[in-house]
Ligand binder design. Structure first.
Ligand code: ADP
Ligand code: MG
Length: 348
């Protein structure tokens, strides 16, 4: 190997990207996860021209607090790619962050990026093009539930059926995997965002209090429960917001039983998605799932008691992956690094 090719090999930094509706994670070949930031872009308009003001953590801090000249968006929020151009800018910015200022010397990286199982070929091409435009020499795609399952150490290469439920911000993906492929997949448009919205509307309906989505998300993370606590109350929660009647700031208290009530609808939609998937699974694979159980990944898997609730609803063993927020990135990274998973990568 010549000096130059060694340098180029060393400098290639192939990347795996989990482009999530809530968070983007970047995994670098041989290093692991090197970036983990919210999928948020702050856009500034000056003299009618829009440009990126900030991405990731910096942009999320501005959410709900920006002056008129700046807006914050989540380019993937409501679908696969709700806003392609800004999604591309965001990917570019994250890749730039990962590479630091060294990039120009190096051969452009190969990028493996995950796409939702229900995405159309047009949407997949859009994601692939965004990664190419962001500087990739070659782009590989992997289906998100497959990545989640690999990241959760599930036996995806074996002739054994297993079910993964990846609960992200915008969507929940339910899939049955066997022999490097998806035997069944469905996507439910309910995830962490819907849970936040349910808390916002619960507090509005019952207390005439207006709270922002960031506040609702914090409440969900700290106190969210899938089932009412045993005493029906659990912990007491103090919430600050704006009174809808007289417009002034006000503070109220609710309890975890109320949160369980608020979350019942979005969680019910996720349970329904699992039930539909089970009904549509071939008998041999369904029999495997009885043994293997269901594995939960994604940030929504961290809602307390969700595993127990799903176990009660389905009668099947349910477990939460070790690091649910990182599963997809880890699985995408492993698929890129380990030849045993080569068959799961796609080029278009
Ligand atoms: P995506 O893949 O769509 O980007 P993630 O898997 O990163 O989504 O999960 C993000 C979602 O998980 C957000 O809605 C976030 O509020 C939620 N979340 C993160 N941590 C927790 C927690 N401890 N409890 C409940 N929900 C959580
Ligand atoms: Mg995800």
């Amino acid at each position: 190997m010549t000096f130059l090719s060694k340098l180029f090999k060393f400098g290639s930094r192939n990347m795996a990207i989990d482009l999530g509706t809530a968070n983007t994670l970047v995994y670098v070949d041989g290093e692991g996860i090197v970036l983990n930031e919210p999928s948020v872009v702050a856009i500034e308009t000056i003299n009618g021209i829009k440009r990126v003001k900030a991405v990731g953590d910096d942009a999320k801090m501005m959410m709900g607090k920006t002056p008129d000249s700046i807006e914050t968006i989540r380019p993937l929020r409501d679908g696969v790619i709700a806003d392609l151009d800004w999604a591309e800018e965001m990917i570019k910015e994250f890749i730039r962050k990962v590479n630091g200022r060294k990039t120009s010397m190096f051969r452009p990286p190969e990028i493996t990026i995950c796409v939702p199982s229900g995405s159309t070929s047009v949407e997949r091409r859009a994601i692939r093009d965004a990664a190419s435009n962001a500087g990739a020499s070659q782009v590989y795609l992997i289906l998100e539930p497959m990545a989640a399952a690999i990241g959760a150490d599930m036996p995806v290469t074996e002739p054994v059926g297993s079910m993964v439920v990846d609960i992200g911000g915008g969507t929940t993906e339910v899939a049955v995997l066997s022999l490097r492929g998806l035997a069944y997949a469905t996507s439910v448009r309910t995830g962490g965002d819907k849970m936040d919205e349910s808390i916002v509307s619960y507090v509005r309906r019952h207390h005439n209090l207006l709270i922002g989505e960031s506040t609702a998300e914090r409440i969900k993370r700290d106190y969210g429960v899938a089932m009412a606590p045993e005493d029906g109350i659990g912990e007491i929660i103090t919430i600050k917001g704006r009174d809808l009647v007289n417009g002034v700031p006000k503070e109220i208290t609710i309890n975890q039983g109320h949160i369980a009530e608020a979350l019942a609808e979005p969680i019910g939609a996720i349970v329904e998605g699992v039930r539909i998937a089970l009904e549509n699974t071939a008998p041999e694979l369904a029999a495997d799932i009885v043994d293997q159980g269901i594995v939960l990944t994604g940030g929504g898997a961290l809602i307390k008691g969700l595993d127990v609730h799903l176990r009660e609803e389905t009668g099947l063993p349910v477990s939460v992956a070790e690091d649910p927020l990182s599963c997809v990135a880890i699985g995408t990274g492993r698929a890129m690094e380990d030849p045993i998973y080569r068959g799961v990568l796609m080029t278009a």
